[in-house]
Design a protein around this ligand. Sequence first.
Ligand SMILES: [Zn+2]
Ligand SMILES: [Zn+2]
Length: 324
Amino acid sequence: MTNRKEWNHAPDGPIQVSPLWQWPPKPLAAFRWYFDSWFIITINLCIAGLAVASYFWASPTLAQTETFSIGWITLIFARNFILLCVVAGSLHLWFHAYAMQGDDKKYDPRPFPRKGRMFTFNSQVLDNMTWSLASGVTIWSALEALVWWSMANGYAGTLSWGDNRAWFIAIFFLIPVWESLYFYWIHRFLHIPFFYKHIHALHHRNINVGPWSGLSMHPFEHVIFLGSVLIHWIVAAHPIHILFHLQYYTLTAATTHTGFEGLVVKDENRLALGTFHHQMHHRYFECNYGSLEIPWDKFFGSFHDGTAAADVKIKERRKKMMGT
Ligand SMILES: [Zn+2]
Ligand SMILES: [Zn+2]
């Protein structure tokens, strides 16, 4: 071993080389080596890829969207419907229907899904799928169509790759930051007792969540949640940004509600999914309204970091809120 005192940080064992060049051959170890060096993916990167693919293979042209017509609107609806079914559906099958990962990295020990009269059709999965597909996908597609039409008619500015490449790329990074700001405030608004009771309670039927719970909302909540994309009436963008913006909201709603911290393959967490932060919001309600991109919860005292001390603080806060 090296003289560790000479280094601030050094690997624990001897440095490894690709098993492909070792004798006797270790095919499994070699496969693992290459798998590890290529399989570095994140949800944001996947969604950026999906947005680009959607633009080239499953979207109208800007010229087509100048006037509303059933053809291109159906294309948008069908693509969004399939996207949500593939993402939420496969996560549901993997984690819950077939329990491929068992309880590994599962937050809530209770089984999912549940049955009960609080759910539409008395079933959590059918309830969640109905609200997500019937209301969620419809409003998502309607807002997308509205922005395409606005761009085609000059009511919203358009930005092309050649206009400003740095800014074109920066918009992808700014959308999650904007989401963090926007979502925190509409979410707090939805927790005002009147709006909670009539609108947001539908999403909160899910105390133990699954991928289909993410977009399971009241239609009014879909309108204001996905209405975030109307920022592009002010901030000029390319249709790819619009696709990314809406797919980021809808598809990360599925991934963050998975109920598991991540996808484990060969004992390693390969893909970060649900956040404990939002999982706690579904359990305790009056904490963690936002996301971690901008820590609004920390600024406004509603942050639950998962520790016992935070638990006491949040319970006191709730008592105070009930008392007033
Ligand atoms: Zn809430
Ligand atoms: Zn939620």
